[in-house]
Design a protein around this ligand. Structure first.
Ligand SMILES: CC(C)(COP(=O)(O)OP(=O)(O)OC[C@H]1O[C@@H](n2cnc3c(N)ncnc32)[C@H](O)[C@@H]1OP(=O)(O)O)[C@@H](O)C(=O)NCCC(=O)NCCS
Length: 299
């Protein structure tokens, strides 16, 4: 078997492998292309695959980020063909990734949550073999996160009354438009993080643009995005300026996103890496559907 870096032409084989090995997630070619090729910090040398002739036997997709003087590395996605399990392939691929990372000066390896471009906030515990493999490989639990699910078919997600009431208080709700890009980008940078700046602006790539904003006196003061950088049907990020929190702006934005997702044909939405669990339980009867562990090891 031969280890090599994944190429764009490997994406169909990668999709087939992901669909067969990661059944809890809706992998698609656009999602994989976005994650492999539009990575904000491209490191092809960390995106490893192992081949049995022309057949893709497994992948260990790594990545790295440098922010505020800190360098971090991730295993972003890993999978071995069921026909090739328990032969040491994942161990072999991880050893190769770790050796390349060490040679580049990395000292710590995380799993999955490579914000702003990531599939999961951590390892979904139901990928049990994945967890066993990581623990055997020296990773330790460093925290946890949950995703929540919303039944989109249960409601019509109408916001007319709430928008009329908030309209009287001077707030306008609308979808982000191309002309907002400069103001929205600057506002995200000023009020939120570099990660949310990247994630929310990614929604410009979608048709329709998958962000709603609130304006007060022509100024953006809250936003909510969906289908940003994880999977399709996923809500987030969202934020209301602290001084305006508690007035119902975030609720209306969230419901507008749910209505869009329902109109796009999704029966359910997933809220990624929550956050205010009680808020989503209250406004949408959302329930905790997935539990993730953060996992880390020293290199
Ligand atoms: C997890 C996975 C990549 C392991 O691949 P693999 O090539 O079979 O792993 P290895 O042969 O290198 O296993 C090394 C060790 O990991 C542990 N391990 C691997 N699979 C295991 C399983 N099903 N149950 C318990 N332990 C397991 C064992 O300790 C194993 O050593 P051993 O075989 O000597 O007992 C593979 O099962 C897989 O593709 N799973 C689905 C993908 C996934 O869950 N990804 C997580 C999200 S990115």
């Amino acid at each position: 078997m031969e280890i090599r870096e994944l190429a764009e032409s490997d994406l169909p084989s990668l999709l087939d492998l992901c669909q067969r090995t990661l059944p809890l997630d809706p992998f698609s070619l656009p999602a994989l292309r976005h994650h492999m090729l539009n990575e904000p910090s491209q490191h092809p040398a960390y995106q490893l695959s192992i081949w049995d002739g022309a057949r893709l036997a497994g992948v260990m997709v790594g990545g790295a980020r440098e922010a505020q003087g800190r360098r971090d590395a991730w295993v972003r996605l890993f999978a071995i063909d069921p026909a090739d399990r328990r032969k040491g392939l994942a161990t072999h691929l991880l050893a190769e990734l770790e050796s390349r990372l060490r040679a580049d000066g990395h000292t710590r390896l995380h799993v999955a949550n490579s914000v702003p471009n990531y599939f999961w906030p951590g390892l979904d515990l139901r990928y049990t073999a994945g967890l066993c493999f990581l623990q055997k490989s020296g990773f330790q639990r460093a925290g946890d996160a949950v995703n929540m699910q919303v039944d989109l078919l249960a409601r019509d997600w109408d916001t007319t009354d709430a928008e009329a009431r908030l309209g009287q208080a001077g707030f306008t709700f609308r979808r982000l438009v191309p002309g907002d890009r400069e103001q929205f980008g600057a506002w995200l940078r000023d009020h939120w993080s570099a990660a949310w700046h990247y994630e929310a602006l990614s929604s410009y790539a979608n048709e329709p643009i998958s962000t709603f904003v609130v304006l007060a006196d022509g100024r953006i003061c809250a936003f909510a995005s969906y289908n940003a950088t994880t999977f399709e049907h996923v809500f987030g990020p969202t934020g209301t300026e602290p001084a305006l929190q508690g007035r119902g702006l975030g609720r209306v934005l969230f419901l507008r996103c749910m209505r869009d997702l329902k109109d796009l044909g999704h029966p359910a939405a997933e809220i990624c890496w929550v956050g205010p669990i009680a808020f989503y339980a209250r406004v949408a009867d959302a329930w905790i559907s997935r539990t993730f562990w953060f996992l880390e090891k020293e290199l």
